[in-house]
Design a protein around this ligand. Structure first.
Ligand code: LLP
Length: 437
């Protein structure tokens, strides 16, 4: 009935997640409210981990791409489920550190890592820095030599694959700010340069071909292209690359029309391709790394709002306004990403009319969904926007000085706050009125 298996209708005819009644959650914590189902997050982690064990004899590591939902509690869950972590900033790395996440399972990405961020990563001996460009390579070598260390690195490579997804999240092609390209020789050159540096050890290759992909083929193709590159680097430079990181990007069901592939199939099919090619090319089977973000957390999350206004503009459109919006979920405004929604206080009400869900920000484009088929909505109803567990909290802002909602983690009918609600004092915390003003 719902796009996410985390949800059901309980005997009070309310929406339920993790055994918790959504109307009760709203009473207890207020709105807007992010709710995350711990059971489904853990199940998704295990699906990936078990697939790596089953199809690739465990010779790999699944990382949670923390950008999708970076909180200390989530780092703990990922650790407990045996996953590694992909971080892309000092802030994400610091969150992992504060959560006590094992640094020997952390990979650091990013196209313009700051010196201080690199120092933080090197000081804590993280497992891998995925280098994006030559400047960064030289910075790492310098920092490592000053600290008397050898740093294990891999490089982000653009394999030139069109993964048929939204332009904004397509990163595998040559016209991208991320990484070095294969087709113009940039990628080969950077391996050659690195091979001559004394304080880095080249251990891997990395690519990430896009996001919200519903197809196995681009991943199989990426694996092929990368294995060929590993073979070329071995032949021409004598460097044995031990690790192949194929990134994330596995699609999820936001709306009923979406039909995602079972997550373990990605690992199954990539494993097959890698094994076959390595045999053909007589190279050692690499350690495989995958970096799912969205597919681990998106379906596990919902956002609960109160309806504050209903505006029926005759023959034009019906707007219903919620007490959040692009400040807690900018994804419709940014990418026109579709969402499904239900009324948490009467989830099985018949859908009878099209409504546009608007946020409370001072911005016409502040919508969460356009022309969505919904039951008749009244002021005071509780609206649940579904599958908001990824890139919602992590992309939220204080636009219009709106405090961020809290995040509540639910499991076995229990709810716990994992991120507190911001208040107005949080909003002005860093403001300063200079004395001479
Ligand atoms: N690895 C790398 C190197 C990445 O750049 C990304 C996402 C991932 C893994 C995880 O991809 P996922 O499995 O979550 O699709 N803000 C956008 C998504 C940007 C993704 C950026 N990189 C959104 O809201 O759709």
């Amino acid at each position: 009935m719902f796009v996410s298996e985390a949800l059901k209708v309980n005997n009070r005819n309310h929406l339920e997640i993790g055994g918790c009644d959504c109307v009760d959650l709203v009473e207890q914590y207020g709105t807007p409210l992010y709710v995350m189902d711990e059971g489904l997050i853990r199940k998704n982690c295990r699906t990936y981990k078990n697939a790596m064990d089953k199809y690739y004899s465990g010779n790999g590591l699944v990382l949670f791409a923390s950008k999708a939902f970076c909180t200390m509690a989530m780092c703990k869950i990922a650790e407990q489920e045996g996953l590694g972590l992909d971080v892309v900033s000092g802030g994400e790395l610091y969150t992992a550190l504060k959560a006590g996440f094992p640094m020997d399972k952390v990979y650091f990405h990013g196209n313009n890592k700051m010196i201080e961020e690199l120092e933080l990563a090197i000081d804590h001996n993280i497992r891998r820095i995925v280098v994006d460009n030559k400047e960064e390579l030289h910075h790492i070598n310098k920092i490592a030599s000053e600290k008397g260390k050898i740093v294990n690195i891999s490089f982000r490579i653009k394999p030139g694959i069109d993964a048929h997804t939204h332009d904004f999240v397509q990163t595998g092609q040559i016209d991208s700010k991320f990484g070095v390209a294969l087709e113009n020789g940039e990628a080969f050159d950077i391996y050659e340069t690195a091979s001559k540096l004394s304080n880095v050890k080249v251990v891997g290759v990395h690519c990430h071909i896009g996001s919200q992909i519903f197809d196995l083929a681009p991943f199989e193709l990426a694996a092929k292209v990368m294995i060929s590159f590993i073979a070329e680097v071995k032949e021409k430079l004598g460097i044995e690359i031990e690790e192949l990181n194929l990134g994330g990007g596995f699609g999820i069901k936001y709306i009923p029309e979406h039909d995602p592939i079972e997550y373990d199939h990605y690992i199954e099919s990539v494993s097959k391709v890698v094994k076959g090619l390595c045999e053909d090319k007589r190279i050692k089977l690499p350690f495989i790394v995958m970096e799912p973000g969205r597919s681990i957390v998106a379906s596990a999350g919902i956002t609960l709002y109160k309806i504050g206004a209903v505006k029926d503009i005759k023959d034009v459109r019906k707007y219903v306004s919620v007490d959040g919006g692009m400040c807690d979920n900018p994804r419709y405004a940014l990418y026109q990403s579709p969402y499904d929604a239900v009324l948490a206080n009467r989830p099985d009400a018949i859908k009878s009319e099209k409504v546009t869900i608007a946020g409370k920000c001072c911005e016409s484009g502040d919508l969460l969904a356009k022309d969505l088929l919904m039951p008749e909505i009244k002021v005071g109803d509780v609206l649940a926007v579904l599958a908001t567990g990824a890139y919602n909290y992590s992309m939220s802002s204080n636009y219009n000085r709106i405090p961020r909602p809290p995040v509540v983690l639910v499991k076995d009918s229990k709810s716990r706050v994992i991120v507190k609600r911001e208040d107005f004092d949080d909003i002005v915390r860093n403001d300063i009125i200079p004395e001479d003003l």
